[in-house]
Design a protein. Structure first.
Length: 202
């Protein structure tokens, strides 16, 4: 299978992610395919220039997240996608969280200058509950998601700031999903992953 534009255009739910550049790696004559119709899957291709990874999100998962984003418009929604490593992609589930940005802004406007229309802050109570859940279910966080009301699905400077701690990802090996919501309707989405060379989510 070749990673050409025609093939990619026939697979709209696949998101092309340019990963770490590999200037010293040997060219590879093949594409390693790991594709599962039930869940997030990867297609990995390596050559002397870079590593490419394709990530797909099941339609049912996307629809649930889109619905949450539309219901919480004009505020940003937020949450995580969980997976059980033992059960694989069929175990994917959406875990919505509460955006507590407005509440914290009222208490501390200096450190929380934005409102929920342009920022999100996952409620610490949700994070504590989430930690208890994943200990009981042996799940891990696969992806963190949030929406951009009346804006494009891009990874903003604020998103980068929230995703990093001392210049490294807060959640290692976790991707970020951003949903664009325009006039109350989901209008698109993009996935962003950590680039260890650029030290940024791209």
């Amino acid at each position: 299978m070749n990673l050409d534009s025609a093939w990619l255009s026939q697979n709209p739910n696949l998101n092309l992610l340019i990963r770490t550049r590999r200037a010293s790696a040997k060219p590879s004559p093949y594409v390693l395919v790991e594709l599962n119709s039930q869940g997030i899957a990867g297609i990995l291709h390596q050559d002397w220039r870079f590593t490419i990874r394709l990530i797909r999100i099941p339609e049912t998962i996307l629809k649930n997240i889109f619905k949450q984003a539309e219901n919480e418009y004009p505020s940003e929604c937020c949450g995580v996608i969980l997976i059980s490593p033992a059960k694989g992609e069929t175990s994917l589930r959406v875990r919505p969280c509460r955006n507590a940005q407005n509440e914290y802004r009222r208490q501390d406007a200096k450190n929380f200058p934005r409102d929920s229309k342009t920022a999100y802050f996952i409620d610490p109570k949700d994070l504590l509950a989430l930690q208890k859940e994943i200990r009981q279910t042996d799940e891990v966080i696969k992806m963190v998601y949030h929406s951009h009301p009346d804006a494009e699905a891009y990874f903003s400077k604020e998103d980068q700031r929230l995703a990093l701690l001392d210049g490294e990802p807060v959640y290692p090996n976790v991707d970020y999903l951003v949903i664009s919501v325009k006039k109350g309707k989901a209008a698109g989405h993009q996935i962003f992953s950590w680039d260890a060379v650029k030290k940024a989510f791209v």
